[in-house]
Design a protein around this ligand. Structure first.
Ligand SMILES: Nc1ncnc2c1ncn2[C@@H]1O[C@H](COP(=O)(O)OP(=O)(O)OP(=O)(O)O)[C@@H](O)[C@H]1O
Ligand SMILES: [Mg+2]
Length: 373
């Protein structure tokens, strides 16, 4: 066998398209290339085409015959931004995607061996996977939003609760003012000023409640920097009335911390509320004596840990592995849907890159949110 025949034999035994060129003219190609374009001999191919690059499909993001005034081989060797993927149609007109690798023979500088690896299937699979991930993300977003809606009823009750006191006070102020007026047929500047100042204070309080509520229901698109203890204080605001009604002591030990984080504020608030609601439900269900829930915050090296600890009797060891599954609940249908912890885990671990862990601890549950600082 002649040397060229050996080389041809090696080239032909490869599944990828392989060719040798001086940059302008094809010197050799393997069987895979001839089969791909439907030619029987190398000579046939060279007669029909000057260059394999004539068959590149022109498309943004893919290699073309010329890029920025350079021939494709030169562009591939010298410009690292040149796309190394090319689209080429086979003899049946089907488009394939190839990854291209060029090797230059050092001394001559005008001999190149080029490999075309068919990655059509991999690219198609990547696209399917990308679409699937996108769909899952969309579904998760809908779930998060739905769960917020589900807790809306509870929140509206909270607002009503929080409005009652300033509303009563406003009404009392108004009555006093009217009585003063009816008594003397006139009002002094002092009386009017006093009414104005006090009523403004109550109106402000009511308006704040509405703002808290509105902020919470607008989904966070962007991460923002916020003080964690302030977000916790906001979350506590939303549940404090139901805690008071159930006579549960809620101790927030985070308020001395000024640590901030860049993350999704509303989502973190939502998780804290979910945990606080779960603790309250457990305590109410078990009719615990001296019910207590403690929120804490600790910092070490790169981690911030927020804990919610209750004395509600804990979770049965038989089911503790299941509590993060969607729709797993031990509550009556009307009281629980079983998405709270599932969603919380998604928010903390998928969106925020942290960890959410639930453990039985002492006479209740210790929920820990671990976030990177
Ligand atoms: N602090 C806790 N103490 C005891 N059991 C808990 C606690 N937190 C969660 N659980 C258990 O985990 C289950 C799942 O909680 P999850 O928050 O996911 O759903 P849920 O509270 O039942 O319903 P919802 O979707 O309304 O939150 C609860 O039904 C309960 O059995
Ligand atoms: Mg829950």
């Amino acid at each position: 066998m002649e040397e060229n025949e050996y080389i041809q034999f090696v080239l032909d035994s490869q599944k990828n398209i392989l060719l040798l060129t001086d940059g302008h003219h094809l010197k050799m190609a393997n069987r895979a290339m001839l089969d791909f374009f439907g030619h029987t001999t190398f000579e046939d191919f060279v007669k029909a085409h000057n260059c394999i690059c004539d068959m590149f499909v022109q498309e943004e993001g893919y290699l073309s015959k010329e890029i920025n005034g350079k021939l494709w081989i030169q562009a591939l060797i010298h410009d690292e931004n040149t796309p190394n993927l090319a689209k080429i149609k086979d003899l049946k007109g089907r488009t394939h995607i190839f990854q291209i690798d060029v090797n230059e023979k050092e001394q001559d500088g005008n001999l190149y061996s080029i490999t075309f690896t068919d990655i059509t299937d991999i690219e198609a699979y990547k696209k399917v996977l990308k679409d699937k991930i996108k769909k899952i993300k969309e579904k998760q977003q809908i779930l998060i939003q739905n769960s917020k809606m589900a807790s809306m009823g509870e929140m509206i009750a909270n607002i009503a609760h929080q409005w009652r006191q300033p509303l009563n006070s406003l009404s009392a102020l108004h009555t006093v003012l009217m009585m003063d007026y009816e008594e003397s047929g006139t009002l002094t500047v002092d009386q009017i000023t006093e009414f104005k100042e006090e009523s403004c204070c109550y109106i402000h309080q009511m308006s704040n409640t509405i703002d808290d509520f509105r902020n919470f229901f607008s989904p966070n698109k962007e991460k923002e920097s916020f003080v964690i203890s302030e977000a916790i204080r906001e979350s506590v605001k939303f549940v404090k009335d139901s805690y008071r009604d159930s006579k549960i002591e809620l101790i927030d030990q985070t308020q001395t911390h000024e640590t901030s984080i860049t993350s999704y504020r509303n989502e973190l608030m939502q998780v804290i509320m979910i945990l606080l609601n779960n603790s309250r439900d457990a305590i109410v269900c078990k009719k615990v004596l001296n019910p207590q829930v403690i929120i804490n915050l600790t910092e070490e090296e790169n981690n911030i840990t927020i804990t919610v600890q209750d004395n509600g009797g804990g979770i049965d060891e038989n089911i503790i592995d299941k509590v993060f599954e969607p729709y797993f609940t031990t509550k009556f249908q009307s009281d629980g849907t079983g998405v709270g912890l599932y969603m919380s885990k998604m928010i903390i671990e998928d969106s925020m890159g942290g960890k959410l862990i639930l453990d039985n601890f002492e006479d209740g549950v210790l929920a820990s949110i671990v976030l990177e600082s």
